[in-house]
Design a protein around this ligand. Sequence first.
Ligand code: ASP
Length: 323
Amino acid sequence: MTDILVLHTGGTISMTANAAGDVAPSAENPLMGQTDQLGTDVNVTAEEIFNLPSPHMTPARMLELAQRIRRAEADGIDGVVVTHGTDTLEETAYFLDLTLDSTVPVVVTGAMRSSNEIGSDGLYNFITAIRTAASPESRNKGCLVVMNDEIHTARFVTKTHTTNVATFRTPTFGPIGLVTKDGARFFQELINQESCLIDAVVPNVFLLKAYAGMDSDLFDALPDNTNGLVIEALGAGNLPPATLPGLQRLIDRGVPIVLVSRCFNGVAEGFYDYEAAAWSSKRWASFFCQGLNGQKARIKLIVGLSDGKSGAELKKYVNNAIS
Ligand code: ASP
């Protein structure tokens, strides 16, 4: 018998559409008790840890979820499934990836269509997520995201479409597996898993996106208690020259600044040598986070800071996304 703990957190997968077509949280989770298709060798226990639309999710709630999973692992659970709204699903999944040292599968899933809409994907994703979590091949792979028959790493998956059920994609690298009729099938290995068992989260870590003509105003407007900043920079990590004075003032205040690319594919790294190009940014002691999007890099910076890392150690931790 394989024991799976399901932690419901809310989102469209837990919602129902009304007669007017508006989608809202249900008094009773429509997935409760929906495990008949799983056969007798999987035992599912379900808990509603939150019932929130995922824009209401915070790093503090992510930590609460991680701590619940740690307790379940200590109690001998064989796998965990988290259901979640899709808007911030990738951030929660990556937070769990960074803050759990799980060997058992931890699988996050959601839905693009609520429980009673035509073509609802919730129950299907839920059942495939449980099958993945119950599969021994899913062990030691970090936190996984299962949606629409695909298995993605929490580290690189992102929501790419506002409504399409095939919204979760892994740019640059692709999914690491598929859920078939027979079960979870993997065709890529996870490299370099790292975990920080934090018990609090550092607040005031911000995310800004660069654009043509950007100047220092937004950087100067950041509050005094800013603990860190991620910038989705241009191309391979370049910034408009008028941002330099504001960035320098943040660096003088000791604020760690992490650069990622605002491009959908590829990594940020310094190879140009002109004013405010990536090379200049490196010289100022801001640093790159390779292969992560802005929202994931922010989660990584929060976890690194919350783990007490600073200076070169923080830089190595945040930068080391791929190798
Ligand atoms: N807005 C919803 C949420 O993230 C979307 C979804 O769940 O798909 O909670």
